[in-house]
Design a protein around this ligand. Structure first.
Ligand code: ADP
Ligand code: MG
Length: 371
């Protein structure tokens, strides 16, 4: 059956960007989620709770395939839709990646490196196998650094756990990071895969601030990271875009976490790659062949978070591709992003500094990377 209408669970900016790309291919997107959002501007969205079976069955009847743009999604919702529709990328990946414990175990079982960790039980945590300082993270529900507390030494552990309402947690060694990378790739039902160049990601306070791609790293990191992602795509029998966040340390590469969806660190692919992550997800779920993931140029993507500069200020930056999501400003909220592309990485420095100034971000880490 040829796919004409894509059902999107979640109504955020990721869904919006996929719908825009689907639209270019002549495909329609309809959305479903507990509240309207950036997707609602570009697609017909049904607002309803994740457990409204009648509303979900009605929604499924309008779609040829159902996918998602967020991982804060109950597996039970997907199961209802799966009664009548294919639901890529992967129910198993959704279930596993929504829980840091299951995710780390899955990655370990695949023979891939994870940060040393222990899991809490009803009595608390015995941090024997973890060195301090460490980070206590809730197993479920965390994003943008939320649901995490730094723990300098074992005596602080109980207090930290109280701060997280004694939810199930994992305690993870805090690593000395050289830098953070991500690797994003797609897979089709036939098992064809395509993986993008690595992204170099700069976080502050647990939130992604900017991405430089292709990451200016050695070829061996790229080979290893591509191998990791290819293994995971295969093991999940995945259909669509999968992201792995990576840490680079003296000890080598670690997988920090996975996202069963398109990712903020891949926004540069809209202008900077031959086919964007959003289009490749749409292609995969619609049963089309993948497009080339080759980087056209060097890209810098800067997030607009919390308090936005004016559109006029952004528009004055030469070469800026501006994406605003039509969200109301709120501290730490992702409101948009801007990408600039240049044939030479160094040429990103000047416009990049202007952008970072507009979003009140220290330009030093970018300067260090590009000079
Ligand atoms: P989220 O789901 O909020 O993205 P992450 O586990 O990716 O949660 O953590 C957010 C950020 O916090 C990471 O990108 C990294 O900058 C920092 N961080 C998380 N875990 C560690 C760690 N074990 N060692 C060092 N830094 C970490
Ligand atoms: Mg993360």
């Amino acid at each position: 059956m040829s796919i004409q209408t894509i059902g999107m669970l979640g109504t955020g900016q990721l869904g919006r960007m996929m719908a825009i790309e689907a639209h270019r291919l002549g495909l329609l997107t309809v959305g479903y989620g507990p509240k309207s959002g950036p997707l609602s501007d570009v697609a017909d969205v049904t607002v309803g709770p994740w457990d409204d079976e009648d509303a979900l069955r009605h929604f499924a009847a309008r779609c040829d395939v159902v996918t998602w743009e967020l991982e804060q999604l109950p597996v039970a919702t997907v199961d209802i839709l799966a009664e009548s529709r294919d639901t890529p990328p992967s129910r198993q990946a959704l279930e596993i990646t929504s829980d840091r414990k299951l995710e780390k175990e899955f990655v370990q079982e695949a023979g891939l490196p994870v940060v040393p960790f222990v899991v809490s039980n009803d009595n608390g945590l015995s941090p024997d196998h973890v060195q301090f300082p460490a980070i206590l993270k809730t197993r479920t529900g965390g994003y943008d650094g939320k649901g995490q507390v730094s723990v300098e030494s074992p005596p602080e552990l109980d207090d930290a756990w109280n701060q997280l309402d004694r939810q199930p947690t994992v305690l993870e060694q805090q690593l000395d990071l050289h830098y953070e990378l991500s690797v994003i790739g797609a897979r089709t039902r036939d098992g064809e895969t395509a993986i993008y160049d690595l992204c170099h990601n700069h976080h502050r306070d647990g939130i992604l601030r900017w991405t430089l791609a292709p990451a200016p790293t050695g070829a061996s990191w790229k080979r290893d990271a591509h191998q990791c992602l290819a293994t995971l795509l295969e093991r999940f029998d995945y259909v669509g875009v999968l992201t792995a966040e990576l840490f680079v340390t003296d000890q080598g590469l670690y997988i920090n976490e996975l996202a069963p969806r398109v990712h903020n660190s891949g926004h540069w692919t809209l202008e900077g790659a031959e086919t964007s992550q959003f289009e490749n997800h749409v292609r995969a779920v619609a049963g089309l062949p993948l497009g080339s993931t080759r980087a056209r140029e060097h890209s810098l993507m800067v997030n607009i978070i919390g308090e936005p500069p004016t559109l006029e200020q952004l528009a004055e930056v030469p070469g800026a591709a501006i994406h605003l999501y039509n969200k109301s400003p709120r501290p730490d909220r992702k409101l948009g992003h801007v990408t600039i592309c240049q044939p030479e990485a160094r040429a990103l420095l000047e416009p990049g500094q202007r952008l970072l100034e507009l979003v009140r971000e220290d330009p030093t880490p970018l300067q260090r990377l590009l000079t």
